[in-house]
Ligand binder design. Structure first.
Ligand code: DGL
Length: 266
């Protein structure tokens, strides 16, 4: 049976952070219809148990399947770290998932010291240990857990002195240890890129993997013959488990355009 290639790509995150990846997918694949789910009513995922994250992300993926998505993009490093294998076992829909860009960071470092900013849950996962083992032999990898940082982005607080102070406390130790390459291992953090770059200085290269993941989404869809055939700009739809007004305000601010956001059914 032929699949209707104009069906949307579903994108999910624990909250608004995955909009950083949505932006990149929209730039890479402008004719695709995108359906974004922000599970902000339950964010952050980074402090929750693996069992909870697995069960909840399976519910959200089921919702995207019900909405007739042709593929799902996990725009949350924490879900990838904990649950992507189970999700791929449970669903037949293609699932493309973001993960911390350790391999490119290792290729770029001159000092031999890289750092990964991510949630505690991502940094404690077996899959991240595997990534480190596989790609970072001979390089020092500093893990920088950032509890509370995704919450700042969730609440729309991107530039306050609190955020600056939190970033300084988190990143100064890695700078002192000679880090010259910094991986943004949580999709919320690209929204803090300017503040992070200012803090670490121009000599530190910051890796946001969004564009590379968006390119991978394109490759996967092409290989599966699922790229949209429509000739016009794709439509964007948003849905959130947070209170609708909050969700609309924050998501509109982050994307720099006025959006309407539907409620994610329970
Ligand atoms: N955006 C999620 C990620 O990429 C994390 C935020 C959270 O803790 O919910 O890991």
């Amino acid at each position: 049976m032929d699949v209707d290639v104009t069906r949307p790509i579903g994108i999910l995150d624990s909250g608004v952070g995955g909009l950083s990846l949505l932006r990149a997918i929209q730039a890479e694949l402008p004719r695709e219809n995108l359906l974004y789910v922000a599970d902000s009513g339950y964010a952050p995922y980074g402090d929750k148990t693996p069992a909870w994250i697995s069960a909840r992300s399976a519910q959200v993926v089921s919702y995207l399947v019900e909405q007739q998505c042709k593929a799902v993009v996990i725009a949350c490093n924490t879900i990838t770290a904990v649950a992507v294998s189970e999700l791929r076992d449970s669903f037949t829909i293609p699932i493309i998932a973001i993960e911390p860009a350790i391999k490119p960071a290792v290729a770029m470092t001159q000092s031999g010291v890289i750092a990964v900013m991510a949630t505690t849950r991502t940094l404690h996962s077996e899959s991240l240990q595997l990534l480190r083992k596989r790609y970072a032999a001979g390089v020092e990898v500093l893990f920088v857990p950032c509890p509370g940082l995704a919450d700042k982005v969730e609440s729309g607080d991107l530039h306050s002195s609190d955020v600056e102070q939190l970033l300084r406390n988190l990143l100064m130790p890695a700078l002192c240890k000679g880090m010259d390459t910094l991986v943004l291992g949580c999709t919320h953090y690209p929204f803090l890129l300017d503040s992070i770059q200012r803090l670490v200085g121009p000599a530190v290269q910051i890796i946001d993997p969004s564009a590379a993941v968006a390119a991978e989404v394109g490759r996967r869809l092409r290989a599966l013959d699922l790229l949209s055939s429509q000739q016009t700009q794709g439509a964007l739809a948003f849905c959130s488990s947070a209170t609708p007004d909050n969700a609309r305000n924050i998501m509109s601010t982050l994307l720099g355009q006025s959006l309407s956001v539907a409620a994610l059914p329970d």
